[in-house]
Ligand binder design. Structure first.
Ligand code: NAD
Ligand code: ZN
Length: 342
């Protein structure tokens, strides 16, 4: 089968012919229909220090996908052929203390699809049945292909109650924009998003934020004044990994404010700990999605009117993957979807 493979220890991704993945008795085999390109895939393409230390040569990359079930293992009872599915990108051990307690997102033995094991940028992918999410009949296929990052957004945005609260999102990448949309849908009063990139601020405005600010031109204090806010943001969603953004957020939280942090810091970040202590802030790290409460909430929010489709800005055939990676690299993109159907 055709697959996009990290076949050399240098910058790039290569289209290769690889054997179809083999199945075990607890596995599901899926024909991939659409995939999303993630920032992680871009790191693997660019072959930065993280990627070259993490990714085994010969790996099929990619983890955001939707597809249809074409085969099931003999132990699999609840998945049917032809069903539209996506895969949870974290394969957990199932046996550690957290897994046994039902807190599978906290498993310390997580293996990443398209990072530690073969991924979805291929004609077929095989996953354990415990990693399969069966979509509702009404789901849009493009949206279904980005349930993985949508799940990051939902897990982060709903980590703390947002009803009636003022929410600050730092970073209007695809995940920040989706998180802003989720916070609004879940009843936040104001949702302010910051990003120096004008393309992405415009995209955030399109999806319905209260205010999208350029942190180089407008301080978060000025944004609060514009909205007549008195005491700072109640909830912070850190979605940039940028040290300035995080420090800015800390300085603009209300006393008792709560921060959910998804952005992966690009470097060590020193902060003013007095702001954390005296303002009694909570900072919570977020990784992945809750299995499967986040997936359930994604589904019901779409069914109750949340529309995240504007975050998808590019759609192309998988053979044009170089163009897709270039769009991602430019920053002038939301989600980029590759179509594998033909
Ligand atoms: P992205 O890189 O597309 O978006 C980050 C955005 O932050 C960019 O638009 C950038 O312009 C903006 N930014 C840079 N400096 C800023 C500043 N000073 N203030 C405000 N914004 C600033 O990333 P994404 O795909 O949307 O993902 C968001 C973050 O979440 C990334 O850091 C990513 O690595 C991380 N991530 C974490 C997990 C997890 O499980 N923890 C999963 C997926 C992604
Ligand atoms: Zn485990």
């Amino acid at each position: 089968m055709k697959a996009l493979v990290k076949s050399r220890s240098e910058r790039g991704i290569w289209l290769e012919d690889v054997p179809e993945p083999e199945m075990g008795i607890n596995d599901v085999k899926i024909r991939v229909l659409k995939t999303g390109i993630c920032g992680t895939d871009l790191h693997i393409y660019e072959w930065d220090a993280w990627a070259s230390a993490t990714i085994p040569i010969g790996l099929t990359i990619g983890h955001e996908f939707v597809g249809e079930v074409v085969a099931i293992g003999s132990n699999v009872a609840d998945v049917t052929l032809g069903q539209l599915v996506s895969g949870e990108g974290h394969v957990v051990c199932g046996r550690c203390r957290n897994c046994l307690a039902g807190r599978r997102h906290l498993c310390a033995h997580t293996s990443g699809v398209g990072v530690n094991r073969n991924g979805a940028f291929a004609e077929f992918i095989v996953l354990p049945t415990t990693n399969i999410w069966q979509h509702s009949a009404t789901v849009d296929r493009d949206v279904a292909s980005i349930f993985d990052p949508f799940g990051n957004a939902v897990h982060t945005a709903l980590e703390f109650p947002v009803l009636g609260e003022d929410v600050l999102v730092t970073g209007a990448g695809p995940i920040g924009i989706m998180a802003a949309a989720v916070a609004r849908h879940a009843g936040a009063r104001y949702v302010v998003i910051s990003d120096p990139n004008p393309y992405r601020r415009a995209l955030a405005e399109k999806i319905g934020v209260t205010l999208a600010v350029d942190p180089r031109a407008t301080t978060l204090k000025q944004a609060q004044q514009q909205l007549n806010m008195q005491e700072g943001f109640d909830i912070g969603l850190e979605m940039s990994g940028n040290p300035h953004a995080f420090r800015d957020m800390l300085a603009n939280m209300s006393h008792g404010g709560k921060i959910a942090m998804l952005g992966i810091p690009s470097e060590d970040i020193s902060i003013n700990w007095n702001q954390v202590v005296f303002n009694q802030l909570t900072i919570r790290g977020i990784y992945g999605r809750e299995m499967y409460e986040t997936w359930y909430k994604m589904t019901v929010m779409l069914e109750s009117g949340l529309d995240i489709s504007p975050v998808i800005t590019h759609r192309m055939n998988w053979r044009d993957y170089e163009e897709g990676f270039a769009a991602m690299r430019s920053g002038n993109s939301g989600k980029v979807i590759l179509d594998w159907a033909d």
